[in-house]
Design a protein around this ligand. Sequence first.
Ligand SMILES: [Fe+2]
Length: 246
Amino acid sequence: MRYLIFTDIHGNLESFLVLIKFAQRRKIDRYLFLGDLVGYGASPNEIIQKIRVLKPISMIRGNHDKAVCGLDTVQTFNPIAASAIHWTRENTLKRNLNFLCRLKQGPLIINDEITICHGTPFDEDYYIFGEFDAAEAFLHIKTPICFFGHTHFPFVYTEKDHFVEGTFLTGDSNETKIEKGVRYLINPGSVGQPRDRDPRAACAIYDSKTRKINFYRLEYDIEEAQKKILEAKLPPALAERLSVGI
Ligand SMILES: [Fe+2]
């Protein structure tokens, strides 16, 4: 079984279209989406419509999806993020908002091997930013692998004999072999708003037969995504950050 794992599209259609093309060239049996379809970018409607072409898919909501739906206040968001939440709420068609607001809250157990969550398995809004956070998260996971998003950094945490270790993945061609007796917390990186100073869209493929996870970075039309953000009168900083990947 080959899974495509992806997260944090954040309204960036151009990055998402490249991801869809990439997936169609590979034999993907199941898609796992870890939340934040919208927020920041200018194309919430197109993304909500397009994600339905990826089948079969298991997906959960992110904190921005939740805030756009009014299921959470924007008080915890910085002013730029909050203004994007308001813009998205006003510019998303009702039928698409309905789809967004029906997304399940994580964590979601996919099978005996895999769990998915947005921030952590114990709190969808909490960030895993280091081994201490990861150690806490491991306490709440019942499967050997848990995929998470939210930080927009590609990262692998392992836990063996209560020893937790994190690896930040940079560059191309990263691969992790899943080993027996080890547990994994894995972030594939963000599709639509990478923050690791690599502006390319990020995703991962897990092959449960070879037990390997491969991480990918994909070039996309950043200028077009920026143009749409500026035309939509969203905060210009949201366009600028895309070229540097922060
Ligand atoms: Fe996000």
